[in-house]
Write a protein that binds this ligand. Sequence first.
Ligand SMILES: [Zn+2]
Length: 240
Amino acid sequence: MKLDILAFGAHPDDVELGAGATIAKEIANGKKVGIVDLTKGELGTRGSAEIRSREAAASAEVLGVSVRENLGFADGFFKNDQNHQIEVIKMIRKYRPEIVLCNSIEDRHIDHGRGSNLVSDASFLSGLVKIETKFKEEDVFQEPWRPKWVYHYIQWKNIDPDFVVDVSGFMKTKMKAIMAYTSQFHDPNSEEPETPISSKNFIDSVNYRARDLGRLINTEFAEGFTTERHVAVRSLGDLI
Ligand SMILES: [Zn+2]
């Protein structure tokens, strides 16, 4: 299956929080999108790997993604090394996306910046013909594939975006996808310990950030991204 966009996240829910509305919008525009979670989030204070994988599947359905996979890397301890890069390359070559989305370049959770570097490096390496990989399911070599664009969504820290996407009309879907992670986010009836992301303040901040980025481009909501390359336009009037 060929995808247009492949979104990676260190933990299930990273992609929804960072780029959920953009993904919902791209899907509404006919694009095929997949999500690959690097870990099962097994070190999370609330919930468990099993609960989170059920929640991730429910959330994927809300967004309408074509596929969601989990690489099963060690939460908190995976590395940006050859072994991990090869596993990410296999996913990129399997789905051949034009666009790769990945974690924030730098963040409070140490997995985010590391996951970002890992996916970014693997996106480059995936285009090198002499790195040989095989499909997991069959004994067949994969063709090299380099995505045209790698964009980093924004997570905990307020990183200045290089560009923003107008996601007006898609915030409801994003919030619904996030709230599919019932173990992680604000629930007044939960008896699990409070975490930085389980407060009402956090969920409000997700909505507020989208409103604020929207305000700056004169739309209702927006999501921001950074990129390691220049943002290019075909003419001066192309920006909205
Ligand atoms: Zn995370």
